[in-house]
Design a protein around this ligand. Structure first.
Ligand code: EZ4
Ligand code: CO
Length: 402
């Protein structure tokens, strides 16, 4: 079953997406998401200039071998560009296999381990009251788990404040926006946000929070400790995780569960975090960590150490990735939670999909393969427009982590 055509589709229905479409000699096609927010064209070029010429003529059934071919064969291993490109190929090949076997992907991954997948949405506001209102809106919509972020008194702009109640979009057209940051103001404020949310909504709701790599390990330890009475589902990316051993320090001080990994590309980025049980949830996702094939490997390692999955699922991960993630989530034994932000209607029209949200839970649907398609003619009406994620500076102008 030879691959005879491969095409990279770049479109911007509200935001930029890169999609790989592979077609076999029998006319079956598969899709893979290759979107790397703010660096989209680098992956498109990697695919077009280096991967596609080697894909044409290969047997679409050989998913594992193709993964190893592009991982080992590049010589230059790992990195977000390479791994997103490999992920797109891998996802498209699983989509094709599902279609050929006439089965939804989760059936090929061992079948459903649960009835549906718990997801969390983002409630954000410019201050506590607005965040409480946003959370109430999500609860009304059936959500059982909510990530809460809020503007910080004294700071003009803060990570995680959305656009409208149900949408979140961090990238901005043209130049990167500059945010300003004070860890002191942040740490002094966040416990009061969660005290208020618990008071308003009680103990049953799952509450999550994303620190977005902005604290040192000791600052994160303090925050984790102060949040303990509010029983968070998780505290995400408390500190940059290049230094995996840095999490030992946080772990020694707090029982607040930790989640890490949306920027990771391979199992080697989280090997120590998992094997030393320094985290509770691993957030690697299909598009940025080498596809279904590699994500299953990470999940298998994590299962041995009672670490559960909690894949990244912000709106810069396309519906193709969302579909793939839901098949993975439904099937993998040590699933924890899935991030889910509604895409805009424009995006949903370009990517019709079988997955559904109901009562705080999602299901990938039972269409063969991923159950996600692309309307190419419509996609062509939304041309690529350069956009960047923000950067972040401390109040004295020092460059910080966004
Ligand atoms: O900043 O998806 O948990 N979610 C996040 C996201 C990321 C963006 C980066 O492209 O941290 O909002
Ligand atoms: Co995050």
């Amino acid at each position: 079953m030879k691959i005879v055509d491969a095409k990279v589709i770049v479109c911007c229905p509200g935001r930029n997406f890169v999609t790989l479409k592979l077609t076999t000699e029998d006319g079956v096609y598969g899709l893979g998401d290759a979107t790397l927010n703010g660096r989209e064209l680098a992956v498109a070029s990697y695919l077009k200039d280096y991967v596609i010429p080697l894909l044409i003529g290969r047997d679409a059934r050989r998913i594992e071998d193709t993964w190893q071919y592009f991982y080992k064969g590049a010589y230059w291993r790992r990195g977000p560009v390479t791994m997103s490109a490999i992920a797109a190929v891998d996802t498209a090949l699983w989509d094709i296999k599902g279609k050929v076997m006439n089965a939804p992907l989760y059936q090929l991954l061992g079948g459903a381990s649960r009835d549906a997948v718990l997801v969390y949405g983002h409630a954000s506001g410019s201050g506590i009251e607005e965040t409480v209102q946003a959370a109430a809106h999500y609860i009304k919509g059936g959500y059982k788990a909510i990530r809460a972020q809020s503007g910080i008194p004294g700071l003009p702009s803060t990570y995680g404040v959305g656009r409208g109640v149900m949408y979140y979009e961090p990238a901005e057209k043209d130049a990167p926006p500059e945010n300003s940051w004070s860890s002191e103001a942040y740490m002094n404020f966040v416990p009061s946000l969660f005290a208020r949310l618990r008071k308003e909504f009680g103990n049953e709701l799952h509450l999550l929070h994303d620190v977005h790599h902005r604290l040192t390990p000791m600052e994160a330890a303090r925050l984790g400790k102060e949040l303990e009475p509010h029983h968070l589902f998780w505290l995400e990316d408390p500190t940059p995780a290049e230094l995996q051993e840095g999490f030992r320090l946080i772990r020694q001080h707090t029982t607040t569960p930790l989640a890490v990994g949306e920027v990771f590309n391979t199992i080697y980025d989280c090997q120590q975090l998992i094997q030393e049980q320094l985290i509770d949830y691993i957030r690697t996702t299909v598009v940025h960590a080498g596809g279904i094939t590699h994500l299953r490997r990470i999940a298998n390692l994590a299962e041995m150490y009672q670490v559960r999955t909690g894949s990244h699922g912000a709106t810069d991960l396309s519906p193709v990735c969302m579909g793939a993630a839901l098949h993975f989530d439904l099937s993998v034994h040590n699933f924890g939670i899935q991030e889910y932000m509604k895409h805009t209607d424009e995006t949903d029209r370009v990517f019709p999909h079988a997955y559904k949200f109901e009562n705080g839970l999602m299901h990938p649907g039972d269409a063969p393969g991923l159950g996600v398609d692309i309307e190419e003619e419509l996609a062509a009406k939304y041309p690529y427009a350069v956009a960047y994620l923000p950067v972040n500076r401390k109040l004295d102008g020092t460059m910080h982590n966004w």
